[in-house]
Design a protein around this ligand. Structure first.
Ligand code: ZN
Length: 194
């Protein structure tokens, strides 16, 4: 459940000023003078309430007697690692097996955006996306796979610029049935199962 609170830009400005002092900078020098305010406005954009609540987005359902897999591949997302406040970004792939209802494909992108707009860990984000689709659509199965590059891992720490992290969350048929799971992974990664 999104618990977006109001963004307090004054607090962010104060914190960024302190942070600059903490790393030995003069926050009043020319290039940095407007940085606290710029960062505050940027955080409002990154962490602020998205255009649409994910529950509302998924509530606009269409009755459709389609019982085969619907897969949306390559939804780009940008999020912020809650351990380092560094960006992680990549793609989310979402599949579901409808049980009488489908949703607009753009709504699935909204759901991803909504869960990315907060301090996150990729594992939890992946589960949250799967759970809300499962709850709202009462689908026969939901599969969510996210792959991302974590800048806290590429530019600091272990410095592994080509490492990516893949997480998956399987619900319903995809969780219970190995064949369904294998098929959906093959569809996501482009291998033919024929
Ligand atoms: Zn991190």
């Amino acid at each position: 459940m999104p618990n977006h609170t109001t963004i307090d830009k004054k607090k962010i400005r104060e914190a960024v000023r302190l942070l600059l002092e903490g790393i030995g900078e003069d926050p009043d020098r020319d290039g940095l003078r407007d940085t606290p305010d710029r960062v505050a406005r940027m955080y409002e954009e990154i962490f602020g309430q998205g255009e649409e609540d994910p529950h509302v987005a998924l509530s606009k359902k269409f009755d459709e007697h389609h019982h085969e897999v619907v897969l949306v591949k390559g939804i780009t997302f940008f999020s912020m690692c809650e351990h380092h406040l560094m960006p992680f970004f990549g793609m989310a792939h979402i599949a579901y097996i409808p049980n009488g209802h489908i949703v607009g494909i753009s709504k699935l992108a909204r759901v991803v955006e909504s869960f990315a707009r907060r301090p996150q860990v990729q594992e939890r984000m992946t589960s949250q996306i799967a759970d809300i689709i499962n709850q709202e659509l009462k689908a026969d199965g939901v599969a969510v796979v996210c792959e991302a590059v974590h800048t806290c891992m590429t530019m600091r720490g272990v410095k592994q610029p080509s490492a990516s992290v893949i997480t998956s969350a399987m619900r319903g048929a995809f969780e219970k049935n190995v064949t369904s799971r294998t098929e959906i992974m093959a569809l996501i990664y482009g291998k033919s199962t024929a």
